[in-house]
Design a protein around this ligand. Structure first.
Ligand SMILES: [Fe+2]
Length: 308
């Protein structure tokens, strides 16, 4: 019967033949009307996240240059995340519901989406693991500060419009090798610093509902909403390649701290192989809670990301 049906519509559609895991790429999707992404369900999820580390919010007063890690403490939102979600258009707030895969209802959504694209991804980027989902609700004229993330990101715009500025994952003018080294070591963003002149180097996407963008590991990005409220969901995952790269950066940062400057990232295969072997041994020996690494994804290839 299935063969007789009209051609199935993909949940996420992009040019998979051109897909390169290390290249930023636009996409389209069909999730805008999904029941779990409507306001009442987001408020219900927000209530279930109360008392956990699975939410984060700050006020609309942040700018592109605010340090992402400091945003919530420097610019606290005037109301609870749940109240903000109820009336995000007037909340003057930015709310993130983190690690939605920890919620049984939303874990199904994460699996539904990731499973729908997994075979296409793994043709070119094998070993997908550590899947996670994140929902962002933002009031009009709100910025998400400049930052990098620890996974590949599939970002989907659900409601409202916004402009996302993304820089290439190997753009070391915008984010240096050292900044990526210390990010992978401790998720430290103190060297990931915004300068207004970076805008000219960005890939800028004006996202409307049903569109989105794929961003490789540690592609710097910054977001500005328009005059309307915005809801966005992103799905993240790691692969054999992201794990390898993160380990090399961890080893590089250990050398930096010993006063040894490693070669430019990715330019010396012998160094990279040695750094990978050394980092793997150190991570195995030190184990969970050891020092380094920061990210549990380097210790265990778990199917789902671990809420921290
Ligand atoms: Fe991000």
């Amino acid at each position: 019967m299935a063969a007789m049906n009209a051609k199935a519509v993909s949940v996420i559609d992009m040019d998979w033949d051109a897909f390169d895991p290390w290249r930023i790429q636009p996409l389209t999707h069909t999730l805008t009307e999904h029941p779990l992404l409507q306001s009442d369900q987001l408020v219900a999820l927000g209530k279930r996240c109360r008392g956990t580390s699975r939410w984060y919010s700050f006020s609309s007063n942040v700018s592109a240059g605010t340090n992402f890690d400091d945003a919530a403490s420097l610019f606290p939102s005037g109301q609870s995340a749940v109240d903000s979600l109820r009336d995000i258009a007037n909340a003057n707030a930015w709310v993130l519901l983190r690690h939605i895969q920890a919620d049984p209802l939303y874990q199904e959504l994460v699996d539904f989406v990731i499973n729908s694209i997994r075979s296409q991804i793994e043709r070119k980027d094998p070993g997908l693991y550590y899947r996670a989902g994140w929902i962002f609700s933002a009031s009009p004229r709100t910025a998400t500060p400049f930052h990098i993330d620890r996974s590949h990101v599939v970002l989907l715009q659900v409601r409202g419009t916004k402009t996302i500025y993304v820089w290439d994952p190997d753009d070391t003018v915008v984010v240096s090798d050292r900044a990526r080294d210390c990010f992978h070591m401790r998720h430290d963003l103190s060297r990931t610093v915004w300068h207004e002149e970076f805008r000219d180097r960005a890939h800028a996407f004006v996202l409307k509902p049903g569109t989105g963008v794929y961003m490789p590991l540690t592609s710097p990005h910054m977001v500005e909403t328009s005059n309307e409220a915005s809801t966005t969901i992103s799905f993240t995952y790691n692969t054999d390649a992201t794990r390898r790269i993160a380990k090399i950066h961890v080893m590089r940062e250990m050398l930096n701290r010993m006063g040894i400057t490693p070669p430019a990232f990715g330019r010396n295969n012998i160094f990279d192989h040695a750094a990978l072997a050394a980092a793997s041994a150190i991570i195995v020996c030190r184990g969970p809670g050891g020092h380094p690494p920061a990210c549990p994804s380097l210790l265990h290839k778990s199917a789902y990301a671990v809420a921290d």
